[in-house]
Design a protein around this ligand. Sequence first.
Ligand SMILES: Nc1ncnc2c1ncn2[C@@H]1O[C@H](COP(=O)(O)OP(=O)(O)OP(=O)(O)O)[C@@H](O)[C@H]1O
Ligand SMILES: [Mg+2]
Length: 348
Amino acid sequence: MCAGSGGVGKTTTAAAIAMGMAERGLKVAVVTIDPAKRLADSLGLEELGNEPRLVDPERFSEHGVEIEGELWALMLDSKGTFDELIERLAPDEATAQEVLSNRIYQQLSNSVAGSQEFTAIAKLYELDQDGDYDLLVLDTPPSRNALDFLDAPGRLTGFFQGRAMQMFLRPAGIGGRILGRGTGVVFSIMERLTGVDLLHDLSVFFRALGGMVDGFTERARRVGLLLTDPGTTFLIVTAPRHDPVEEAIFFHRKLRDADMPFGGLVVNRLHRAVGNGALPDGLDEELAHKVEVAAHELAALAERDAANVEHLRSELGDPPTIVVPELDGDVHDVEGLALVRGHLFADD
Ligand SMILES: Nc1ncnc2c1ncn2[C@@H]1O[C@H](COP(=O)(O)OP(=O)(O)OP(=O)(O)O)[C@@H](O)[C@H]1O
Ligand SMILES: [Mg+2]
């Protein structure tokens, strides 16, 4: 599990780890979430897919990366994963279709807070159940807060066991009372105004979903167990800057409190100072000045980054740490990924 705060390089790291492990002979599946379009293209992921696709090794061998094993990749389709879950848990096809075509469900499955977090783990669970992979690499959603991810299965269970849902499910609850005269009038006015029979949608939704509550709760529980499974390892990906470092420290504490396995740190985009102060000959004065200023700024960034890494490592008790430098350009093609994997798997 590649976890960390927004924009630090989780997707890049997940893809590069998968590449490096497939190179070492493993059958690897990587689940990416909202990868940049060009990165997705370079993995051959032109569209969302709920089944992993085999990445053509030729794409990599052109760039000197020989895949000895197999690399499978998928771009998480959050809504599709939710739909599949409904199909699996519904008692029969008609009920499944009733839910899937229901407007309330469609809105919810697109927007339930944490639904992407939950479906990512749910997908991982499925791959773990029915795939014969040696390694599953999970990228995590671009949450502002990495903790959303850890809470996701619990939040979903909470939704099903929560008061709102229970009220609708109880025969004498709102579900029954909603048909009372006052509300009936409101709903029928709404229907006339909007053309949407909300009352019908609501009652179908809760009636059909009601039968699946236990299945869902059990599923969410098992999916949640995957997070504490000894076969799981969390890598905390971070940039060597103040805010992501503080979040990484907090996240690490949460992992420890929840007994989730922490494997190590990936510090991405570290600045390094360049040169020894001597400028090459033949620069005109203006250019020489600019180079000097740039080198000076870079040295300051490098110093700041190094201090942040030191602080982070000491807070985490000196965990295994891998550093990936700030590269010259974005990582959105096979060449860039190969560079990152080179750093991730370097001997030193
Ligand atoms: N070492 C690096 N050097 C230069 N650019 C990098 C490096 N690592 C990642 N990037 C670039 O930084 C951007 C963010 O990376 P990435 O998408 O992997 O982060 P993320 O943590 O998955 O973000 P999000 O939280 O939005 O999902 C991308 O444009 C990527 O190409
Ligand atoms: Mg990402």
